[in-house]
Design a protein around this ligand. Structure first.
Ligand SMILES: [Zn+2]
Ligand SMILES: [Zn+2]
Length: 358
């Protein structure tokens, strides 16, 4: 086999069956861009997928989201190496990031401009039509949405644009007011960067919550006025003490823990907003009466990133969005098993990157 005709790719065959394989290096067709992958972040969703996550693998063939075998990875930064016919907005050599969803451009949501809710959605790394970035090369399809990365951003920062864009979208849903007390529950890589984005909106207070002491300790560096560890104190009481007994105005659930949902309903003040961003492995049980008869809360969902990539790029470039120390580990593609294990189990891990070509 000639080296330049093939590439290494990490392909998901089945839960717990991922293989580093030599597959044909793709060539860009009309409207497509071929990138050499510089780095691809491991998302919590990728780890869940490896473990057979039900939202990805379903309960049978019929409700399966993933087209296995497929190359995983959607937090992609790459360098343009070849342009398909008709591509004029990028040049060979550009360093670009691609939005995680490749919208169809035709469904009602796409036509309304709300492409992140595309009904024919294809997120990189799950569908045959858009294999992901855990590979040496990747094709960015004709309807993909791509952004140039300024030279001043490091590769680590560039790879964080996707997850931070999701966090910024969740905060945008909350429509933060300057009088608000804002709580971010779950201080992983996304949650930490969300503290700095929330602080930039100049609310009355930004409060971070995390049960892992390593993460909670870092919150103050990213813009939180207070950080509490729910494993060590009564968070609702601490928040009431800071708010004349009322509670927070905005609670953003980023952790994906059912306990954090109940905690949020307890912490939030009358007429407050609760934003759900985290993804749960289990069904959530909570007292639904709090929302209506109790506090007249506004419940807001948040899915992917909406229109936030350009703002995230500006924010990282200006330093308003803090990214220092969020990428904690980088592994070569060949060490993917160690990388996945680190992302899942290492208490010091925030964002773990896979870098091909090493
Ligand atoms: Zn992700
Ligand atoms: Zn669509």
């Amino acid at each position: 086999m000639k080296e330049n005709n093939t590439m290494k790719a990490l392909r998901a065959h089945a839960p717990y069956d991922y293989r580093l394989e030599d597959i044909p290096r793709p060539a860009p067709k009309e409207g497509e861009i071929l990138i050499r992958v510089l780095a691809c972040g491991i998302c919590a969703g990728d780890v869940k997928s490896y473990h057979g996550g039900i939202r990805i693998w379903g309960t049978s063939e019929a409700d399966r989201y993933i087209d296995a075998p497929v190359t995983g990875g959607h937090e992609i930064c790459g360098e343009v190496v070849e342009l398909g016919e008709g591509v004029s907005d990028f040049s060979v050599g550009d360093r670009i990031v691609t939005e995680q969803i490749v919208p169809c451009g035709e469904c009602v949501y796409c036509r309304r401009g709300t492409y992140w809710m595309c009904t024919r959605s294809a997120v990189y790394g799950f569908k045959e039509v858009c294999p992901g970035g855990f590979a040496e090369y990747a094709i960015l399809p004709r309807t993909s949405i791509n952004h140039k990365v300024p030279e001043s951003l490091t590769l680590e920062q560039a790879t964080l644009i996707e997850p931070i864009a999701c966090g910024m979208h969740a905060l945008e849903r909350a429509q933060i007011q300057h009088s608000d007390v804002v709580v971010i529950s779950g201080l992983g890589g996304i949650g930490l960067s969300m503290l700095s984005i929330a602080a930039a909106a100049m609310p009355r207070l930004v409060i971070g919550l995390d049960v892992r002491p390593e993460r909670a300790a870092r919150g103050l560096d990213y813009g939180a006025d207070y950080v509490f560890n729910p494993a060590e104190c009564d968070v609702a009481e601490e928040i009431r003490n800071l708010t004349d007994g009322l509670g927070c105005d905005v609670y953003v659930e980023v952790s994906g823990s059912p306990i954090s949902v109940r905690q949020g309903l307890e912490c939030t003040a009358n007429l407050g907003r609760f934003v759900q961003m985290g993804v749960f492995a289990d069904l959530v049980q909570a007292d639904w009466n709090v929302i209506g008869d109790g506090k007249e809360l506004t419940i807001l969902g948040s899915h992917l990133s909406g229109l936030t990539y350009p703002a995230v790029i500006r924010g990282i470039e200006s330093g308003v969005i803090k990214t220092d120390g969020i990428v904690t580990h980088t592994f070569a593609l060949g060490e993917w098993e160690k990388a996945f294990e680190t992302a899942e189990k290492d208490p010091t891990a925030l964002k773990v990157l896979l870098v091909p070509g090493e």
